[in-house]
Design a protein around this ligand. Structure first.
Ligand code: ZN
Ligand code: ZN
Length: 58
């Protein structure tokens, strides 16, 4: 049974499971894919990369 099969909210930057965390959700400015970022990555302004189109942004 793979957890990857389920739609889970993961931080787009560091990949941790952000279910239940106060994470930011936003749409990719390029393709509209729903992206999530955990509190820590948002604080550190880590770059994210859209898994769909490869867009990287702050
Ligand atoms: Zn993160
Ligand atoms: Zn995208």
């Amino acid at each position: 049974m793979s957890a990857e099969q389920r739609v889970k909210r993961k931080c787009t930057s560091c990949g941790i499971n952000i279910a239940g965390m106060s994470a930011a959700s936003f749409s990719c400015p390029d393709c509209g894919q729903q992206l999530h970022r955990c509190k820590r990555c948002r604080k550190q302004s880590n770059l994210y990369e859209c898994p769909d189109c490869g867009f990287t942004g702050p």
